[in-house]
Design a binder for this molecule. Structure first.
Ligand SMILES: [Zn+2]
Ligand SMILES: [Zn+2]
Length: 124
């Protein structure tokens, strides 16, 4: 897969039996539709309940790596992410997935895994 942010080739990582696409160049993560649910279980619903579409973002629109349509900017909890209008998946820039999980106060081993994977501290 080509990274929607920097166009580098993404690599596939396995996280709790879910294959995720990770860009080693910019540190972003692509989750296919349904993968967030598989990673977080019922907690994914808690996150989705905060979903807000952002209409007037000035940020550059990224294209979905699956269908190449321009993705929508949406806010989950307090983090702005990119989501395919055809629901192919969600793009998280570096650190954003950790931020969403942290802000959602979700008790999940995914967070530990992400921390280990990126070997960085979550700055909040
Ligand atoms: Zn990238
Ligand atoms: Zn798409």
């Amino acid at each position: 897969m080509e990274c929607p942010r920097c166009k580098a080739s993404a690599v596939i990582l396995e996280l709790k039996d879910v294959e995720i696409d990770y860009c080693p160049k910019c540190g972003g993560i692509w989750l296919d539709a349904g993968e967030l649910e598989r990673l977080l279980g019922d907690n994914a619903r808690k996150i989705y309940s905060t979903f807000q579409k952002e209409r007037f973002s000035k940020e550059k629109k990224l294209r979905c790596p699956a269908c190449h349509r321009k993705m929508n900017k949406v806010v989950l909890i307090s983090t702005r992410i990119d989501i395919c209008p055809k629901n192919h998946g969600i793009w998280f820039d570096k650190g954003e997935l950790q931020k969403v999980i942290t802000a959602g106060d979700i008790n999940s081993d995914v967070l530990k895994f992400l921390k280990d994977m990126f070997n960085n501290e979550i700055k909040e």
